[in-house]
Design a protein around this ligand. Structure first.
Ligand code: PRP
Length: 213
């Protein structure tokens, strides 16, 4: 049995064409079922639905043989024990620093005073500001980061930006582009040895689909 870990929503939707290229069709719609293990048209392939941040953990410890996860989540996880063969070029967005409209970010950075930064991406933020030589106090949040500068919880946030609509609706502006994000295929290294043939078939089919895109 091959177990693929996916998260609901954008990653799931954008993975379907890749699965199709590998001849795999998921038999249930995750938005309509409460089931967490979804069968496919191939009796030896199943999909498990996990929280996006849990995908690398499932694959690392062998709860799934492979999974699809955003580079953001992968970098925060650290990637230990994961083979990362493909950038799938899906669920593309960026990680940026944003502040309240009118907040003088350049001056705050120039003055060398400590900047308070709220984020779900503590590892990525720490490394980014350390490289810039900016002293930061990091505040870990799990969602609704945009609220932090509006309520005085923090000067800035580090968050995903796609269309920019969420920032705009909350009167925030992007002041630094940290990195581009897309989803990556991750594979359990032991599975790759033990289930080499079926896993290679899936990896190669994904790679083929990407070349045609
Ligand atoms: C992400 C991110 C922003 C939003 C950006 O949240 O945290 O809030 O998307 O998208 P936009 O630039 O197109 O407006 P997501 O919806 O993934 O949920 P989350 O809060 O659980 O991270």
């Amino acid at each position: 049995m091959i177990t693929l870990a996916l998260s609901k929503g954008r990653i799931f939707e954008e993975t379907l064409p890749l699965l199709k290229a590998a001849g795999i069709q998921v038999l249930d719609d995750p938005e309509k079922t409460r089931k967490l293990i979804l069968a496919t048209n191939q009796p030896d392939v199943r999909v498990v639905l996990v929280r996006a941040t849990d995908v690398p953990t499932y694959v690392q410890y062998g709860g799934a043989d492979l999974g699809i996860t955003g580079l953001d989540t992968l970098l925060e996880h650290g990637g230990d024990g994961l083979y990362q063969p493909l950038d799938l070029q899906i669920a593309k967005c960026r990680i940026s620093v944003a502040v309240r409209e009118g907040f003088d970010y350049a001056a705050a950075v120039r003055q060398g005073s400590r900047l308070s930064v709220a984020t779900k991406y503590v590892g990525i933020a720490r490394e980014f500001f350390a490289t810039k030589g900016v002293h930061v106090d990091l505040i870990k949040l799990y969602g609704s980061m945009e609220l932090a500068p509006l309520t005085g919880l923090a000067d800035a946030i580090v968050d995903l930006v796609s269309t920019g609509n969420t920032l705009k609706a909350n009167h925030l502006v992007e002041v630094e582009h940290i990195m581009d994000i897309s989803s990556r295929l991750v594979v359990n290294q032991a599975s790759l040895k033990l289930k080499q043939v079926p896993l290679r078939r899936i990896i190669d089919a994904f790679a083929g689909a990407l070349e045609q895109a």
